[in-house]
Write a protein that binds this ligand. Structure first.
Ligand code: ZN
Length: 175
């Protein structure tokens, strides 16, 4: 097991569309093990492979942050198949440290994904789980939570992002 460095905005890997996983092998299992360790150490409730520099459609969500094994969801090639309602709640991202904002997301979603053996399963989530699933699937398409904002919230976060990018350029932030 190994802790992986979390890539920070504006790392271009965060903006690339991740490729579907085709091989359900030891390499994939090792990636997921390392992602789980990295997520729990952060600590956070979700992590997508591009956030550790791997352009593959793999994400994990664990609202219990390692407390309850049944709440750890490993999603390979996840697809959002339906959503309902909407909720506006505070949201942040391990790749955008120090910035959070209220984001509108579906109140409930259904996701189809594969497990580590390549078997398809369906996961339904509401409230925070729905939010985390949408956030992580967005990462696989190069979408970050500020992209989901409108109006004043979007402007506020854009200013903070420009500051983060400047700091990264000046080497003030070491990922
Ligand atoms: Zn994120």
């Amino acid at each position: 097991m190994a802790l992986l460095p979390v890539r920070l905005y504006p790392d271009p890997v965060l903006r690339a569309r991740a490729a579907p996983v085709e091989r359900f092998d030891d390499e994939l299992r090792r990636l997921v093990r390392d992602m789980i360790e990295t997520l729990h150490a952060a600590p956070g409730v979700g992590l997508a492979a591009p956030q550790v520099g791997v352009g593959q459609r793999v994400a994990i969500v664990d609202l219990s942050v390692g407390e309850r094994p049944e709440e750890l969801h490993i999603l390979v090639n996840p697809v959002l198949v339906s959503s309902a309602g909407s909720l506006v709640e505070e949201e942040g991202c391990l790749s955008i440290p120090g910035i959070s904002e209220k984001v509108e997301r579906p109140a409930a979603v259904s996701v189809v994904a594969s497990d580590l053996e390549g078997n398809a399963f369906e996961l339904r989530g509401a409230d925070l789980l729905a939010r985390a699933l949408c956030h992580e699937i967005d990462h696989l398409d190069g979408i970050l939570f500020p992209d989901r904002l409108r109006g004043l919230r979007r402007e506020r976060v854009r200013r903070a992002l420009r500051r983060l990018a400047r700091e990264a350029e000046q080497g003030a932030v070491i990922a």
